[in-house]
Write a protein that binds this ligand. Structure first.
Ligand SMILES: Nc1ncnc2c1ncn2[C@@H]1O[C@H](COP(=O)(O)OP(=O)(O)OP(=O)(O)O)[C@@H](O)[C@H]1O
Ligand SMILES: O=C(CO)[C@H](O)[C@H](O)COP(=O)(O)O
Length: 409
């Protein structure tokens, strides 16, 4: 029998027994989970040393899994803070755990960072001459097995990639939450992981805007030089184009962030044109619309009811195609002067999955200090957060309704 010394499952509301694959019997409510041992020493290669199988009787509840993909420094953490706030709680690192953990836990959600599945640490990547974006620097087998286990109600010992030391730290226990968010570079890269996602989002930040944000954070807040920021973006670009960017074709929703078109030639990245691209026909998700579903509409809300200074605000909505898929696109170019007046815009949007009139505006005002609160990035992140809450409620209510239906039949 293989021994899972490094990364194993832990039982939740259940008893677990370890057996060899040959002896495993999968009965009703039994879950089979395969784990791989790997080295976590400096320069660890992450090579598997044989699977072991753990069978567990999992609890009844199933975890809803959300994938959020984006390059580093593209607003994933900010989005996550908005999302967890929609569910009504503050997200915190696991109590009493590794202070450098990348995980954030709230009442309803657990956000895990896929950097934790780097199979090569910083030294290992340097030695092999690969970036963290390269699939060879990541353990997709382990990612798949662990996300699958959590989704089916089984807790796992997930590795930790320590961004301070650049090493792989000892694992931390992740119990199945109501909603698991896997955020990072590759949530939609591996087909097996992709198939586990109940909903997926890609944050598509254009090069000009990414550069402006990097300068703002890494130069102003972290003391990096302009040259080093340019060099780091350039060094990542080939792998970003090869492995990260192509994932957007799989996403159910894409938030695309571009320079404004309201100021000709503007490249500053301060005023933004943001597009919310929503796939049609996704189960439990109906795209947001402006005025009239399926029409094509341009709208300038500035005037008596919405204060706008230069260069103003322009909305656009309509059907389109994206990588061959039918989509609806809602676009906002420009920025709000007064967030409390956002209610005027909110009242013209439909299918936003609010629980009361003005909920989007309330959320935006609550986090007015978050980056992007005065433009489409904050607005669309908030709306996607509400759509995820709605999706979660639909999935869980259809699960509880199912046995009743069966009894009736
Ligand atoms: N909507 C936004 N508008 C303006 N700036 C933004 C926006 N979102 C993010 N930024 C800038 O980008 C920085 C990184 O944002 P955030 O920490 O949310 O990204 P991240 O993808 O989680 O980054 P990392 O992966 O490097 O931790 C912020 O500090 C801010 O400077
Ligand atoms: O892309 C990244 C995270 O999204 C990082 O570059 C990657 O995780 C490597 O981290 P570090 O620079 O701390 O070694």
């Amino acid at each position: 029998m293989a021994v899972c010394s490094a990364y194993t499952t832990q039982s939740l509301n259940s008893t677990c027994s370890i057996s060899t694959p040959a002896k495993t019997h999968l009965g009703f409510h039994q879950k089979q989970v395969v784990f791989y041992r790997r080295s976590s020493k400096r320069g660890g290669s992450g090579s598997s040393s044989g699977p072991c199988v753990i069978t567990c009787s999992a609890g009844d509840s199933q975890t809803v899994v959300i994938g959020l993909a984006a390059d580093s420094g593209c607003g994933k953490s900010t989005f996550m803070r908005r999302l967890t706030s929609v569910f009504g709680g503050a997200a915190e690192p696991p109590k009493g755990g590794n202070p450098d953990s990348n995980t954030l836990i709230s009442d309803m959600t657990t956000v895990i960072c896929l950097d934790d599945y780097h199979s090569l640490d910083r030294t290992g990547r340097k030695e092999k001459g690969v970036t963290a974006l390269d699939p060879r620097a990541n353990d997709f087998d382990l990612m798949y097995e662990q996300v699958k286990a959590i989704k089916s109600g089984v807790a796992v010992d997930k590795p930790i990639y320590n961004h301070v030391t650049g090493l792989l730290d000892p694992p931390e226990l992740i119990k199945p939450p109501k909603i698991l968010v896997i955020e990072g570079l590759h949530p939609m890269f591996d087909e097996r992981v992709r198939d586990l996602l109940d909903f997926s989002i890609y944050l598509d930040i254009s090069n000009e805007v990414k550069f402006a944000w990097k300068i703002q954070r890494d130069m102003a807040e972290r003391g990096h030089s302009l040259e080093s920021i340019k060099a780091s973006i350039e060094a990542r670009k080939p792998d970003f184009d090869a492995y990260i960017d192509p994932q957007k074709k799989y996403a159910d929703a894409v938030i695309e962030v571009l320079p404004t078109q309201l100021i000709p030639g503007d490249n500053e990245g301060k005023v933004l044109r943001v597009r919310l691209i929503m796939k049609e026909g996704v189960k439990h998700f109906s795209p947001v619309y402006l005025f009239d579903e399926g029409s094509t509409i341009s709208w300038i809300p500035c005037g008596r009811k919405l204060t706008c200074s230069y260069p103003g605000i322009k909305f656009h909505y309509g059907p389109d195609t994206y990588f061959g898929n039918e989509v609806s696109i809602l676009e906002m170019d420009g920025q709000f002067d007064r967030l409390d007046e956002l209610i005027y815009v909110e009242s013209h949007l439909s299918n936003i999955s609010t629980k009361f009139y003005g909920e989007v505006t309330q959320q935006m005002l609550k986090h007015a200090d978050f980056p992007g609160s005065n433009n489409g990035t904050g607005l669309f992140q908030t709306i996607v957060g509400l759509k995820i809450r709605d999706l979660y409620e639909q999935i869980t209510s259809s699960k509880t309704a199912a046995p009743l239906e069966a009894t009736k039949a």
